[in-house]
Design a protein around this ligand. Structure first.
Ligand code: UD1
Ligand code: CA
Length: 474
């Protein structure tokens, strides 16, 4: 994809997103449904971003508060334009253009908010094919063209008009070349054609597609750029959402494999569009990397991992684990069956082992929590070891409290560290202790009842039992 596409005369990008999206059957506006971690409209905006338009106008209508809030908070350069009544795509574009000064000249790129597979290359090629024409339209040949507008060409191949499916004759329905809904227009000519649009069609709407015929009648040239059927797929229902998701998923996997990432089983691997992966990372089967996750070189993830907003540093390994908002240090090891929650930071060579849950806690370099523990709201110094089944008792039912464990500490198995509490550098705790008071550096903290043995208890209280027999046998 050409990422450095800059056109000096792209006056505006118009994104159509005011429609109802009825077939999604959803309380969420269609263009805010996500594929591979990004709402549909974000895919479109990012494909078009390298065109560097002077203004970006997003036409909103149905559920406009949600769409507007999303778009304007995430894209500071975008402006939401309200189309109160959805009187058709031609009406939507003319409402958008009212926000450009009359003196503006140049080209206008129009895209629909529900075509997330559109590529920057498609857009760049469409824009260059518009040279010398009043309009260029992006088209594709579809096996099943149902629902799409058909591209009607003259005998010599010139684009004559676009006929909507519902308004098409039998001969026109046989045409396989369809309108993608993406166009590049000359602004002045588009304005003049829009002012002539009628509503004489099966839906009684102002069709943007009719602009093509109007321009032709005025003797203007119309160009078409043909792309692959896949790239123009629109999302109208949740089946199409999944279909588009599958295509996008494989595009992303192919990109990372070509960039040097080993993906053992692409069929079971999900990588969202927002993820970053270095060369020589290995992803084993059944791995999901989502949100702002990044993975550095040499790391091995999987099998069976789900990493959300997680940073994995060089040569770390993560096995059968779930993480969210964690940083996994260089050479650190995680899992199997670890659960790392937001605020977890593992230092270099640190370990979060089997059945370990960690939240809002930092483990220093080489610190280890190997087995069956909960660590919440803690700082653990370098080289310390947390014995099996230790619990950081961070919650008193009202507030969360912090535990500080110094360097090279040895916490005995099954210790309860009742926060707030501090264990000094080099200190130990005895297995099974409930530690409610600070343990000074170098001390052994013992917080448990002293053991006593009641001799011959079994012989007296369980006479004749297998245990009693075992106890007296030599
Ligand atoms: C449109 C095209 C059709 C093309 C198809 C490609 C028209 C008349 N038809 O049909 O030729 O093959 O896209 O997917 O343009 N919208 C508004 N305001 C409105 C109406 C629609 O903003 O008043 C937005 C919708 O939210 C959507 C886009 O415009 O993002 C396209 O509208 P939609 O109703 O989906 O058009 P199609 O019937 O798919
Ligand atoms: Ca559509």
């Amino acid at each position: 994809m050409s990422k450095d596409l800059v056109t000096n005369d792209l006056a505006a990008l118009v994104v159509l997103a005011a429609g109802q999206g009825t077939r999604m059957r959803s309380a969420t506006p269609k263009v805010l449904h996500s594929v591979l971690g990004l709402p549909l409209i974000d895919h479109v905006l990012s494909a078009a971003a390298p065109t560097n338009p002077n203004s970006t106008l997003v036409v909103v209508g149905h559920q406009r508060e949600q769409v507007e809030a999303h778009v304007t908070s995430k894209y500071s350069h975008a402006q939401a334009v309200v189309q109160d009544q959805q009187n058709g795509t031609g009406h939507a574009v003319s409402v958008a253009l009212e926000n450009l000064p009359d003196t503006t000249v140049g080209s206008v790129l129009v895209v629909a908010g529900d075509t997330p597979l559109l590529t920057t290359t498609d857009i760049a090629e469409l824009i260059s094919s518009s040279t010398g024409a009043a309009a260029a339209v992006l088209t594709a040949h579809l096996g099943n063209a149902d629902g799409y507008g058909r591209i009607v060409r003259s005998a010599n191949g010139d684009v004559e008009k676009i006929v909507e499916h519902r308004d098409a004759s039998d001969a026109e329905l046989a045409i396989t070349e369809v309108n993608s809904g993406v166009y590049c227009f000359d602004l002045a000519l588009l304005r003049s054609a829009l002012s002539q649009l009628g509503t004489n069609n099966s839906q009684g709407e102002m069709y943007l597609t009719d602009v093509i015929e109007i321009l032709r009648r005025d003797g203007q040239a119309i160009h078409a750029h043909v792309t692959s059927a896949e790239n123009i797929l629109g999302v109208n229902d949740r089946k199409q959402l999944a279909q588009v998701g599958k295509i996008l998923r494989h595009r992303i996997l192919d990109k990372w494999m070509l960039a040097g990432v080993t993906i053992q089983d692409p069929e079971s691997t999900w990588i969202e569009s927002t993820v970053c992966i270095d060369e020589d990372v290995t992803l084993l089967p059944n791995v999901r990397l989502t949100g702002e996750t990044s993975v550095q070189s040499g790391a091995v993830i999987g099998p069976d991992c789900s990493l959300e907003n997680t940073r994995v540093l060089e040569n770390a390994t993560v096995i059968k684990s779930t993480t969210n908002g964690a940083v996994i240090g260089e050479n650190a090891t995680v899992g199997p069956y670890a659960y790392l929650r937001p605020g977890t930071v593992l230092g270099t060579g640190a370990k979060a082992g089997g059945f370990v849950e960690i939240k809002n806690a930092q483990l220093g370099d080489g610190a280890k929590v190997p087995h069956l523990s909960y660590v919440g709201d803690a700082v653990i110094g370098e080289g310390s070891n947390i014995g099996a089944a230790t619990i950081f008792v961070n919650y008193d039912g009202i507030t969360k409290h912090q535990t500080i464990v110094g360097k090279h500490v040895r916490i005995g198995s099954d210790t309860m560290l009742v926060a707030p509490v501090t264990i000094g550098d080099g200190a130990y705790t005895a297995a099974g202790s409930v530690i409610t008071e600070d343990v000074p550096a170098g001390a052994m903290g013992v917080g448990r009842a002293r053991q006593r043995n009641i001799l011959d208890w079994v012989l007296r209280r369980r006479p004749g039992s297998d245990s009693a027999k075992a106890a007296v046998a030599d």
